[in-house]
Design a protein around this ligand. Sequence first.
Ligand SMILES: [Ca+2]
Ligand SMILES: [Ca+2]
Ligand SMILES: [Ca+2]
Length: 248
Amino acid sequence: MTVDLLNPAVGETFYTGIDIRNYGTGDANPLTVTVSVPAELRPESAGDAGAGWTCTTGTSSWTCTYPALAAGVRANRLSLPSTVVGGQPGSLVSVTAAITPQRQESNPDNNTDHAQVEIAGTCVIRGTVWQDVDGDGQREDGEPPVGPDGVVGVSLFVRGGQVSGGGQATVAADGTWSITAKTGPLYEVRVEAASTFGLTAGDVGDDATDSDIVRFYQQDPTLLGGSAEFDPAPGGEYVVDAGLVALN
Ligand SMILES: [Ca+2]
Ligand SMILES: [Ca+2]
Ligand SMILES: [Ca+2]
């Protein structure tokens, strides 16, 4: 079983995909699969659950049938939509599928399976872009912000698929930016700026006044740097500052 979104938020709908194969040596009779969800999820009507599948939708489950599968044959994928209707952000909930054997089976152990999702919360990720005039990696009084004339934008980068989140922001004139994001994925903050700037050294000294941009990606046509990856908690607030040095 697979899900198309590992971190749905309340109100979001995701699909659970179920692949079934007849591993037996004898032909199976028509299949019945019962797919159950906990109270945090609402099963949505599945009129188009997959070719060959016929489903009825209940309050906490679907019951789906499929024509007989010959030995070794795989059914078309069963795809069922659920909407998150509650639950604690950060908690895990499971979708469970059980095939009802239609007759005596020698190996019923592989007739249930489940897939898990994490209910997403939100977090705030923010920071300030400034010019590290003396290049010491720390922001001292008098070192100016870099505003939208120098910073192209700030974005949250997410590796891989199946998780959703991210987002982007432009900086204000005082160099500050803020993004409200879904929890679930690991995020890296990427800062893109004019190529007339370089990155100052990251993580030097007091974290309250340092630059948290520790990865360098490119200088041209724009400067691109990134933070370390981090895993935000629901309700959390994270500060990622970026220090730039003027090149000449
Ligand atoms: Ca400095
Ligand atoms: Ca730091
Ligand atoms: Ca810092």
